[in-house]
Design a protein around this ligand. Structure first.
Ligand code: DAH
Length: 341
């Protein structure tokens, strides 16, 4: 019995020494110390021993059990530490490595200017509308009182999609006036920003695609004084208090009377410089009192209602707002330029 216990101890310790992973360790525990394990089996045979031998063997067996349990626990810890070591190595993070720079963009200066313009008008009770860039000539011209033969309808000025000049890239945001009158109840106060297209060569002040902000008010007893007061207030909010403007008579088919509004040049204060081409003023919008024909075509009685409208050049305003000298900078998307805003 003693020999068998000693052999068992020897064998178990040898196996323990060689073991490398937790699963194998567990099967050693079961093999020797489990309910049907070898040490347990030996203990069951104690009954056959003499009365003097039994306590001695019993004590030896208990000592071996205690030793094996201790070694098993020790080994278990050893394996756990080794595995942690391996994991730490696998998941090692080199905190001294330089990080990858995240380049986060920001709004384009023209859209920054547009956000300011929208805020100003929304604060005055205007609604912001969006509309199609592919437009019917009927809305872009006819419904705006620009009869057949009007120079702006010419093929040399406008991008048409079809032979009979019915569908086009809108040349102005003014058709949004018609869309608003056709779909909204009176009174109306709207602005409608968006892209417009004309057959223009690219230079410092021209591009075949540019942006306008259309605006329109229709209500009872609306006058030219409202137009001037509102637009002056908008320019002061946008460019600062004391901004000087002037209104010049002009002609548009859809307004009567019509005017253009200039803002005094920010560079020279009106004396004349390269930025304003020596004029002292920068033209920023066309405007006027809505022509009675335009109201009538939309089913609005010009004897009951009147209105005013304007169309701003958004690039012009952004250039004045951020002191940008050349229109092309707005579209070239050179990061060195854009980063400044
Ligand atoms: N649509 C005109 C243009 O592109 C600008 C304009 C002038 C719009 C007068 C208006 C307006 O609404 O009343 O030149």
């Amino acid at each position: 019995m003693k020999q068998r216990l000693a052999d068992l101890r020897e064998q178990a310790l040898a196996e323990l020494k060689a073991v490398e992973d937790a699963a194998a360790l567990d099967s050693i525990r079961v093999k020797y110390l489990g309910k049907k394990g070898e040490l347990t089996n030996l203990l069951k045979q104690m009954g056959k021993l003499s009365a003097e031998e039994r306590p001695v063997m019993g004590q030896l067996a208990n000592e071996i059990r205690a030793e094996l349990e201790q070694k098993l626990d020790g080994k278990k810890q050893e394996i756990a530490e080794k595995m942690l070591e391996v994991r730490l190595q696998q998941e090692a993070l080199d905190v001294t490595m330089p990080g990858k720079e995240q380049k986060i963009g920001h709004k384009h200066p023209m859209y920054l200017a547009l956000d300011e313009i929208k805020d100003i008008f929304v604060g005055m009770g205007f609604t912001v509308l969006d509309g199609p860039e592919i437009e019917l000539a009927e809305l872009n011209f006819d419904r705006l009182n620009a009869e057949e033969g009007h120079p702006s309808r010419d093929w040399s000025d406008t991008f048409y999609f079809d032979e009979d000049s019915r569908v086009m890239l809108r040349s102005q945001t003014s058709p949004m006036q018609v869309r608003a009158m056709d779909s909204m109840p009176l009174p109306i106060r709207i602005i409608a920003p968006g892209r417009v297209y004309r057959k223009d060569e690219v230079d410092a002040t021209h591009s075949p695609m540019f942006h306008q902000v259309e605006g329109m008010v229709i209500d009872k007893n609306v006058t030219m004084a409202d137009l001037k007061g509102t637009l002056n207030a908008v320019m002061e909010k946008l460019f600062g208090e004391g901004t000087v403007t002037r209104f010049r008579p002009h002609h548009f088919p859809f307004t009567e009377p019509s005017c253009e509004m200039d803002v005094q040049c920010h560079k020279c204060g009106g004396k004349g410089c390269p930025t304003c081409k020596g004029e002292g003023w920068i033209e920023v919008l066309g405007a006027g009192m809505i022509h009675p024909n335009v109201l009538r075509m939309a089913g609005i009685d010009p004897n009951e209602y009147s209105g005013w409208a304007f169309g701003m050049g958004l690039e012009r305003l952004a250039m004045r707002r951020f002191k940008i000298a050349d229109l092309r900078l707005i579209f070239e998307n050179d990061v060195r330029f854009l980063e400044q805003f």
